[in-house]
Design a protein around this ligand. Structure first.
Ligand SMILES: N[C@@H]1[C@@H](O)[C@H](O)[C@@H](COP(=O)(O)O)O[C@@H]1O
Length: 248
């Protein structure tokens, strides 16, 4: 695992966007595993700008997103589909037939999850997986658990996640209680993983996830076992980590 220290959110976004750009330039038909959340917005802004400048071409890229709320339509502004479309897909020349998220409107969980795993399987491997880090250590919507779930599944969101995400909704009752998420095995099979973490409020969980014991109670801790993980974090998020740590 490599940790790249960024000055602040903007610097973190620029550094992470550079890693993703390098992937796109070196392999124009790569498969990107994409994420939602505040931590990745700056990255999508950079990638969109570089596309407009003519530096990046997304036409051959395939993307598979980590997760989607259950019971929310694509048109709903809080859906992850809407987020991805607004922040990235509509800003670059991605082929809409090659961007995938779990179908939040399908109530048959088994059907959605199996269909999504088929899509991922057809991609023949994720070249680069982008991840944010939840305050409870979740990646995608893999919430603290007794086990690491392997493939796409339906999750009951924890109160802390519902609470953290209520800022995007009119009130807490509107926050969906369930979501579909890619599993840990699928994430771990990605060739390269880039985790972005920003802010003092993520300092404790960053320390637990990357320097604590590997446990399904902190799902991100499994990333310590991946051979090619880059954590791009700002100074505030890294404030509890000794700068002489051999991971930095
Ligand atoms: N499902 C998403 C995660 O994929 C994301 O990493 C996390 C952190 O979000 P933020 O970057 O806004 O802190 O939030 C959500 O719950």
């Amino acid at each position: 695992m490599r940790i790249i220290k960024a000055k602040d959110y903007l610097d973190m976004s620029r550094k992470a966007a550079n890693i993703i750009s390098a992937q796109i330039i070196m392999k124009p038909d790569c498969v990107l595993g994409l994420a939602t959340g505040s931590s990745v917005i700056g990255i999508y802004e950079k990638l969109s700008k570089w596309y407009v400048k003519g530096d990046l071409d997304f036409s051959k890229i395939t993307s598979v997103n980590l997760d989607e709320y259950k019971g929310i339509s694509k048109e709903n502004k809080q859906s992850y589909y809407y987020f991805m479309n607004e922040k990235l897909f509509s800003k670059v020349n991605m082929n809409p037939n090659q961007t995938f998220l779990p179908d939040g409107m399908e109530s048959d969980s088994d059907k959605v999850c199996k269909a999504y795993d088929k899509i991922i399987e057809k991609c023949q491997g994720i070249d680069l997986q982008l991840l944010g880090l939840g305050h409870n250590g979740h990646i995608g919507f893999n919430e603290p658990n007794e086990v690491f779930e392997a493939v796409t599944h339906c999750v009951d969101l924890t109160d802390s996640t519902i609470n953290a995400n209520k800022r995007f909704f009119n009130n807490i009752d509107e926050v969906p209680k369930q979501a579909y998420t890619m599993g840990i095995k699928t994430i771990m099979q990605a060739n390269e993983i880039v985790v972005v973490v920003s802010g003092a409020d993520k300092a404790v969980i960053l320390q637990q996830a990357f320097f604590g014991p590997i446990t399904p109670k902190v799902q991100a801790s499994i990333l310590q076992l991946h051979k090619n993980v880059i954590v791009v974090a700002d100074e505030a998020a890294l404030s509890l980590i000794e700068s002489h740590s051999n991971k930095m």
